[in-house]
Design a protein. Structure first.
Lengths: 99, 466
């Protein structure tokens, strides 16, 4: 099995002053899944909650992703649970905004 | 279309999650840890990807020459003294097994775990005819005592806590309901099973692999239960699906390296036993079972699923399976492999299964025989939609989403009108579960003051990139 490679992380690691926090389950799906998030609401929400707590537990401030759906889903979960995490697209970081 | 009641995995999974704060997190954590061990084992073998490719090709070759290898297997097994039977479907399989048992006057049999026998519903069939059937695999026996089917193809009772098992044994065997020490519980089962092995008039096993060139079949277990069951009673019956064939003994060098690593993150199963012909003074019957496999072989989009070696890696890695528990699939096979196998038995009954997935693709990544599981799940969705099996809610939702994404002008209009409307819509409408399941555990996104499109038009399009 080859070494895992994360395109987003490798781009972000080139940004000065940015620290990438390792998490327990970097490759576990957040559970959005398109229409799945409403047709399979309970499983989808539980997956999202697990994801958000993984990030929180490791002290992340921002969750950065190239996928708007993942961001929207996790942000919805985090805001409902009143958790202090901010969600931004990788392009916003590389472009220096807009935030 | 069958008359069977549709399996509703989303609703059943919700019950599993809401049941308490113990079962679902434990289930998820255990299987995640199993997956971590699998990843470590795979990473430790430099040629891992080559092995997967090789295994996939060996299976592909065998399946496309299946008639040849089946006959070769039959000839060689017969030469070694085994009786080989052919069963077209579950009913034939069960009838063959029953007639062998009946002609030997067998009243009680001990069996190791076999998903094929599960698929054929063999146990209730035999018990209705007065034959006592005892499972010898620990997890399967737990499930049998609890009158439940296995929830996982490798860890049949993985959805249960050890407290659950202690309570179950207390009810069924009479042990202390508060003693949930795993060593104690295993010892209880060991002592309970021993007399059953001695009393049984026949032992039944499945078969993980069947080798054409020698007429051998292999049974892989960690408990050695299949070996005792096959060795104590003089009559041994093995049920083997016709897709289990491999051409040569040396092919086992590929599959055995993949099986236990993929299944449980261990280098090898504790027992990997070859059975070639009956033991001295014994009698060996092999029942080769089709039960829909030939038909599946003829399905261009789905025949690759026959490569499956039943390792369960796709289940362990599946984020949906880990949160759902296997019983929620309402089918013999659960998890990603179940989603693509079950509909081949009954399309209508299992028409909801392909939607119980986020299509994250992790299953395809870990499959040791490189089945395109995730792609097949997507293709099954198309089959279900085409055949009109989708419930109204899904049909409307998919049609609305398809329309919005297919008509950019209208999509933009929805953005313009919908976003300000959110400010005025009362929370009881936005967060009413039946109207908007999104809102039960999630806030709605705050509409951006400026959409990306607006930002792009204002900042970039004048540079000539539009």
């Amino acid at each position: 099995m080859g070494e895992p490679f994360d395109k987003t992380a490798s781009l972000l690691s080139k940004v000065k002053g940015l620290v990438i926090v390792p998490v327990d389950r970097p490759d576990d799906c957040c559970g959005f899944g398109g229409t799945f998030c409403v047709t399979d609401e309970a499983v989808s929400a539980r997956m999202g909650l697990d994801k958000v707590h993984d990030h929180l537990r490791h002290g992340a401030e921002y969750v950065v992703s190239p996928d708007m759906s993942c961001l929207m889903h996790q942000q919805g979960i985090a805001r409902r649970a009143d958790l202090d995490l901010k969600y931004i697209h990788v392009a916003q970081v590389l472009n220096g905004g807009p935030f | 279309m069958s008359n069977a009641k549709k399996a509703e995995p989303a609703a059943a999974a919700e019950l599993f999650i809401l049941h308490d704060q113990v079962h679902e997190p434990m289930h998820d954590r255990f299987l995640w840890a199993t997956m971590q061990r699998r990843d470590a084992q795979a990473a430790a073998i430099p040629e891992w990807e080559e092995l997967r490719e090789l295994a996939s090709k060996i299976k592909g070759h065998t399946l496309t020459h299946l008639d040849h290898y089946l006959e070769e297997f039959e000839a060689n097994a017969t030469k070694r003294g085994a009786h080989v039977h052919w069963a077209m479907d579950a009913a034939e399989h069960n009838a063959i097994v029953y007639s062998i048992l009946e002609s030997h006057g067998v009243k009680e049999l001990i069996k190791s775990k076999s998903m094929l026998q599960e698929e054929c519903q063999m146990t209730p069939f035999l018990e209705n005819r007065g034959i006592k059937v005892i499972e010898s695999d620990l997890g399967e026996r737990i499930q049998q005592l609890d009158d439940q089917p296995p929830s996982h193809i490798v860890f049949p009772s993985i959805h249960k806590t050890r407290q659950d098992v202690a309570q179950l044994f207390a009810r069924k065997i009479g042990t202390d309901p508060n003693d949930d020490d795993p060593h104690f519980l295993t010892e209880v089962m060991r002592n309970n099973a021993r007399p059953r092995f001695l009393a049984a008039g026949a032992g039944m096993t499945g078969g993980n692999f069947a080798v054409a060139e020698t007429g051998t079949f292999m049974v892989c277990t960690n408990e050695g239960n299949a070996d005792i069951g096959a060795s104590v009673p003089s009559l041994h019956i093995a049920s083997i699906g016709i897709e289990k064939l491999v051409p040569r003994v040396e092919d086992m060098g590929v599959f055995l390296r993949l099986l236990a690593r993929s299944a449980e993150g261990e280098p090898l199963t504790q027992y990997s036993s070859h059975f070639t012909g009956p033991r001295k003074g014994g009698e060996l019957h092999i029942v080769l079972v089709d039960n829909g496999r030939s038909r599946r072989l003829g399905m261009p989009d789905f025949w690759h699923s026959l490569k499956c070696i039943r390792c369960g890696a796709c289940m362990n890695t599946c984020p949906v399976y880990r949160r759902s528990g296997g019983l929620s699939y309402g089918a013999t096979y659960s998890g990603p492999i179940g989603v693509i196998l079950d509909p081949t038995f009954d399309e209508f009954k299992y028409s909801e299964l392909p939607f119980h997935s986020t299509l994250c693709g992790s299953c395809s990544d870990v499959c040791p025989v490189k089945i395109d599981i995730s792609d097949q799940i997507f293709k099954w969705r198309r089959v279900m939609a085409k055949k009109g099996y989708l419930p109204l809610v899904k049909r409307l939702a998919f049609a609305a989403a398809g329309h919005a994404f297919g008509h950019p002008e209208e999509f933009r209009l929805m953005e313009e009108v919908g976003a300000p409307a959110l400010d005025y819509a009362p929370d009881f409408l936005l967060y009413n579960h039946s109207l908007n399941p999104w809102g039960r555990e999630r806030q709605l996104p705050e509409p951006a003051k400026q959409t990306f499109r607006e930002w792009y038009l204002a900042n970039r399009s004048k540079h000539g990139n539009d």
